[in-house]
Design a binder for this molecule. Structure first.
Ligand SMILES: [Zn+2]
Length: 216
């Protein structure tokens, strides 16, 4: 059997678990996965069903920063790989639309972190929305963030009639960007819109239901 190394701590993964028997090749060792505890937070945004795999915390912050800010491409699979099959089943007939980054940031990074993180779901990825200016929500004051829609636009004005859209992003903070993207997508009349994010900053008031370690 091929020796595999944990993409986070670089220790050899001793795969004597059921996963190894099943031929599942995960990217992290069991110890590092302990830091990535799934929460499957269900919530609504603009009336749309949203699902967040994790709660945003210091561990997630560090991993996303390493992936997105330090260009550690090798981490692309760690967020979803354990839930790929169940997520694939759930969203198999959806088109994935990534929440856009500023294109120059993607050029510097040489990959788009949102697209890469969700590629494992094997959905068709359609870059329908683009950012028209370099605006970083985390650098802006809370009161300014809601106007983010001014800096987003639909790239191709195709009708989405009959199509199911899965809007995907890394972090859901105030939700301003996701909401602006939802309203842009609604203008193209898709059959259905759902949102899937890697993690959500919890403010408590919008939680519909939280199931620990369970997707359904
Ligand atoms: Zn590890």
């Amino acid at each position: 059997m091929q020796t595999r190394v944990c993409k986070q701590c670089f220790k050899v993964i001793k795969d004597n678990s059921i996963n190894a028997v099943l031929g599942k090749k995960y990217s992290l060792c069991p110890q590092c996965y302990k830091k990535l505890e799934p929460k499957f937070i269900k919530f609504k945004s603009e009336g749309v069903d949203c699902l967040s795999i994790y709660e945003y915390n210091e561990d997630l912050k560090g991993l996303i920063y390493q992936f997105k800010g330090c260009f550690d491409y090798e981490l692309k699979d760690i967020f979803l790989d354990r839930f790929k099959s169940v997520l694939k089943l759930r969203f198999y007939d959806y088109l994935a639309v990534p929440v856009p980054s500023w294109k120059d940031d993607d050029l510097v990074r040489e990959f788009n972190h949102v697209e890469e993180a969700f590629k494992g779901l094997k959905l068709e990825i359609v870059k329908l929305i683009e950012k028209t200016e370099k605006v970083k929500q985390s650098d802006r004051h809370k009161n300014e963030r809601s106007d983010i829609g001014r800096f987003l636009r639909i790239v191709k004005n195709n009708s989405l009639k009959g199509k199911k859209i899965l809007l995907v992003d890394d972090i859901y903070t105030t939700g301003s960007t996701i909401k602006a993207c939802i309203s842009l997508l609604k203008s193209l009349n898709p059959k259905k819109i759902k949102v899937l994010v890697l993690c959500k900053v919890q403010h408590n008031e919008h939680i519909v239901k939280t199931n620990n370690n369970k997707l359904y």
